[in-house]
Design a protein around this ligand. Structure first.
Ligand code: 6PG
Length: 244
């Protein structure tokens, strides 16, 4: 594993979100200071909602949104106003509340045929790599973004791939592992008792140097890897983050 992970445990999802917001603000500010621009790929699912609400409520100027390009780690193959859309969730919790220019929000067009959406998004995101921040969640099966254990193409290839989820909506468009591992900073947000067993398995795979689960295979080549977990999700890890 090229990336030594930092594991930060929090008593609950709220303090996890507060820590995540501080880290995102710092990473984006550092990118703007270094390169005049910053880029972030948002995660889908439910865990990031608390983080996005904090970013939306941050003091004006905490993030130079006019310098930030917003991408998405993955999307379901649904229209942007569909209840299952990751873009819709991000728009409702964050994007409509901050002054990020519309042309700097790079939505995965889930309403298009998936191969077409993936090809169009790949052209956009390829020009943006390495992303400064990639936010990720982890499913209780060890998936991350829309890279599922059964996803065949976890090796280097196009930056964006079409995958199949065992949970509807089945068709997904996802950043590929190679694009994720080029990030300058990857931050996992994992909360809830339902993730505890799989998180321990992911950490055991990483420690053994034999990662097979997608979440275990996230190992930024040159970037940082941070796991923000709550105590419930970390229940099967010891104080050092090793599986009990
Ligand atoms: C998605 C996400 C997915 C999510 C995990 C965890 O499209 O659903 O990309 O990878 O991060 O399934 O989801 P929760 O945060 O809801 O547990």
């Amino acid at each position: 594993m090229s990336a030594v992970a930092e594991v930060c445990r929090h008593p609950d999802a709220a303090t996890l979100a507060a820590d995540a917001a501080a880290r995102v603000e710092a990473a984006l500010a550092a990118a703007v200071a270094a390169r005049g621009r910053a880029s972030i790929a948002l995660a889908g699912g439910s865990t990031p909602r608390a983080l996005y609400a904090r970013l939306a409520a941050a003091r004006a100027g905490a993030i130079a949104w006019d310098r930030v390009d917003v991408y998405f780690g993955d999307e379901r193959a649904v229209p942007p106003d569909d209840a299952a859309s990751n873009f819709r969730m991000a728009r409702e919790t964050l994007l409509r509340h901050v002054p990020v220019p519309r042309d700097q929000v790079h939505r995965i067009e889930g309403e298009r045929p998936a191969d077409d959406a993936a090809r169009r998004y790949a052209e956009i995101v390829a020009a943006a790599l390495p992303l400064d921040v990639v936010l990720l969640g982890m499913g209780d099966d060890g998936h991350t973004a829309s890279l599922f254990p059964a996803t065949a193409d976890l090796d280097p290839g196009p930056p964006v791939i079409v995958t199949t989820s065992p949970v509807a909506p089945a068709t997904r468009i996802s950043l590929a592992l190679g694009a994720i591992n080029r990030a300058r900073a990857v931050i996992f947000l994992v909360a809830g008792a339902g993730k505890a067993a799989r998180l321990a398995e992911v950490f055991a795979q990483r420690r053994a140097g034999a990662p097979t689960l997608p979440a275990a295979r996230v190992a930024p080549t040159d970037g940082t890897l941070t796991w923000l977990v709550d105590d419930a999700a970390a229940a099967q890890l010891d104080a050092e983050g090793a599986p009990r």
